[in-house]
Design a protein around this ligand. Structure first.
Ligand code: UT7
Length: 324
């Protein structure tokens, strides 16, 4: 059975950067009080990229996909599976993956979306891995893309300062060499209320609450515990010691969460890939965007072991262990 190997990666961020100071000044005009000091100290976030109003997730996803294809030295025609992880799809349907496929000017390959919020990319990667290993795909385009700015309540300072927009993509190709060594996905739907955007469209009306809501402290605790456990389990499954990991690419939500996990797993800080200071939390895009930065700046080298981890609404979490 072939392995799925990372053949290339790509990322795309909207050009409009909003610093904490700029955001605080803008929120102040709406009567919402926050500060660079609070955001930096409590989260590690210093700025975020925000898409222009009306920007579609597929536009960001397509740009990231094109960069990943170029990096892999492949053409869109070579791709036989497209998976987009997103919680901010263009439409109810068709899927954002189908829109990306059309944007790339191709047709025929399987294309679908995965909804696992901030764990979405890890879910999508594990799904593509399973399809490649089963011989159902040779070159998969796996994308995490979000325009989260569209579902934020800009009067809720507990959430609106945390998120940004962006897209990250990866090409996974079948290979005799490993590849993805192990993957582990989990969910606990009983915790859905701690992080949700519980609205829908019915009869031409929005029903429920269309904005993201979060019990930050509950999410914080679950994130630390579930990711620590998941890291241990996925490494055990692959017969890899945690100390052998070269890099960890966790979901970029809060520097304090990353540091807690690093300490619990005894991973030196230098092994954590951190982009949340520049990107903020881009939900399903955060892991592939962070991975792309470290892949392109030369930190990641062939043969190294990398642990990718997602966690978020659902409640969902998961890990993918990769040999580069
Ligand atoms: O992507 C999905 C995964 N998401 C996460 O992993 C997020 C996990 N949670 C967190 O990162 C943190 O819980 C937050 C960053 C969301 C909040 O940090 P915290 O240290 O848990 O703060 P808190 O919610 O306990 O709030 C502390 C204080 C409160 O004021 P009082 O009640 O003590 O007077 C808040 O009202 O900070 C206040 N506060 C703010 N102040 C200024 C909350 N948000 C802000 C803000 N600016 N933006």
């Amino acid at each position: 059975m072939p392995y799925a190997r990372i053949a290339g990666t790509g990322g795309y961020l909207p050009t409009h950067v909003v610093t904490n100071d700029e955001l605080a000044a803008d929120l102040a005009t709406r009567g919402v009080e926050t500060s660079d000091a609070w955001i930096t100290e409590r989260t590690g976030i210093r700025q975020r990229h925000i898409a222009d109003p009306g920007t579609k997730t597929s536009t960001l996803a397509t740009a990231a996909a094109q960069a990943a294809l170029e990096n892999a030295g492949l053409r869109a025609e070579d791709i036989d599976l497209i998976i987009v992880a997103t919680s901010t799809p263009d439409f109810i349907f068709p899927s954002t993956a189908c829109v990306v496929q059309a944007n790339l000017g191709v047709g025929g390959a399987a294309a679908f979306d995965i909804q696992a919020v901030c764990s979405g990319f890890v879910y999508a990667m594990a799904t593509a891995d399973a399809m490649i290993r089963a011989g159902r795909a040779r070159h998969a385009l796996v994308i995490g893309a979000e325009v989260f700015s569209g579902i934020l309540d800009w009067s809720d300072r507990r959430t609106c300062v945390l998120f940004g927009d962006g897209a990250g993509a990866m090409v996974l190709s079948a290979s005799d060499q490993p590849g993805i060594l192990a993957a582990q996905l989990n969910a606990d739907g009983r915790q859905q209320h701690i992080l949700c955007a519980a609205g829908n469209v019915s009869g031409g009306q929005i029903t429920g609450d269309p904005f993201l809501r979060m019990d930050g402290q509950a999410v914080f605790k679950l994130a630390v515990n579930s990711l620590t456990r998941s890291a241990r389990q996925v490494c055990e499954e692959a017969g890899v010691q945690l100390s052998e990991l070269d890099w960890m690419v966790p979901h970029q939500a809060n520097i304090r969460i990353l540091n807690f996990i690093g300490r619990k797993l005894d991973l030196p800080e230098e092994k954590l890939i951190v982009t949340l200071d520049r990107h903020a939390n881009t939900s399903a895009a955060s892991v592939p965007l962070a991975f792309d930065v470290a892949w392109r700046d030369g930190r990641m080298q062939a043969g190294q072991l990398v642990l990718l981890q997602g966690v978020g609404g659902g409640f969902t979490w998961g890990s993918v262990l990769v040999k580069l």
